[in-house]
Design a binder for this molecule. Structure first.
Ligand code: NDP
Length: 255
């Protein structure tokens, strides 16, 4: 079984870790993977393998809980729906996203270790919450927040996956490390369309679950990838003279 007090405590820790990451990233540190890879963050790893291994715990831990725990919250339909969407996200992130990557780049060991630690926590917190503890009440089907949350979550996931597809399509076969101006979809409005989609997805999760665990997931994700959208935005503006001047960094028409 998974203790609820421990689950809530870890959710709070996860939220605080996200806020600490925000402080580091906002003060100018650029997470050393992809275009910002550099020396000084440990040995370099193949990014496809690193993505697969680092994200795996977020998928494997809920599946282990499903098979081996005696938890019973999944008898409720809302728990099944939210866990189903969560699992779709991580099946994509663990198996499909790394398989489709066109990156020839590497990831630094430190980033890999941070990511794997975050993903172990995510799997334990969100899996434990949805499978063992979450009680959305008997009249959940009358609460607009549940439907609104699910709608935002699915919309965010679609934006995220489509935007990552646009980024992949920028490189021709054989090109691995050159950058071009992304066009189409929400990239017409923001430089970080994939990040906007992912943040919206977890915002929807927080609204649907209306829980500390959901808020921790949303805030921590926004703190980790929100600053990266601003870093990419600056990178594009410095690199491309013809970068669309009206395009924002993260939130369409706003910032
Ligand atoms: P990036 O946008 O930095 O890169 C995504 C992929 O597209 C990489 O393979 C990159 O190549 C390539 N790419 C990006 N921009 C261009 C361009 N202008 N021209 C050509 N190719 C380009 O995203 P991240 O790697 O930071 O994130 C990937 C996914 O993972 C996103 O969906 C993100 O939301 C998610 N993520 C989620 C986190 C969370 O906390 N939940 C944390 C981090 C990521 P290259 O590698 O060579 O730069």
């Amino acid at each position: 079984t998974v203790s609820y007090n421990l689950n809530e405590f870890l959710a709070l820790m996860y939220l605080l870790m996200g806020l600490s990451a925000l402080v580091a990233l906002a003060s100018g540190v650029r997470a050393p993977y992809g275009r910002y890879i550099r020396q000084g963050w440990g040995p370099l790893l193949d990014s496809r393998t690193a993505w697969f291994i680092q994200e795996l715990p977020a998928l494997a831990i809920p599946i282990i809980l499903l098979i081996f725990s005696d938890c019973s919250q999944l008898k409720y339909l809302p728990n099944k729906i939210v866990l189903g969407i969560y699992l779709v996200h991580y099946v994509h992130r663990v198996f499909i996203y790394p398989a489709l990557m066109k990156s020839g780049r590497v990831s630094a060991l430190m980033v890999f270790l941070f990511a794997i630690f975050f993903c172990i926590l995510v799997g334990y917190i969100q899996g434990g919450f949805l499978i063992c503890h979450a009680n959305f009440g008997t009249d959940w089907y009358r609460t607009p927040t549940f439907y609104l949350g699910i709608l935002l979550q699915l919309t965010g996931m679609a934006i995220n996956i489509y935007s990552d597809h646009i980024l992949r399509s920028l490189r021709k076969p054989g090109e691995t490390s050159m950058y071009k101006i992304p066009r189409g979809g929400l990239f017409e409005y923001v430089s970080g369309a994939n990040y906007f989609g992912e943040i919206l997805e977890w915002f929807g999760y927080a609204v649907a679950t209306w829980s500390l665990q959901g808020v921790a997931m949303f805030v921590s994700t926004a703190c980790n990838i929100g600053p990266r959208a601003f870093q990419h935005h600056r990178y594009y503006k410095e690199k491309f003279e013809d970068y669309p001047p009206k395009r924002k960094a993260l939130i369409p028409l706003i910032i």
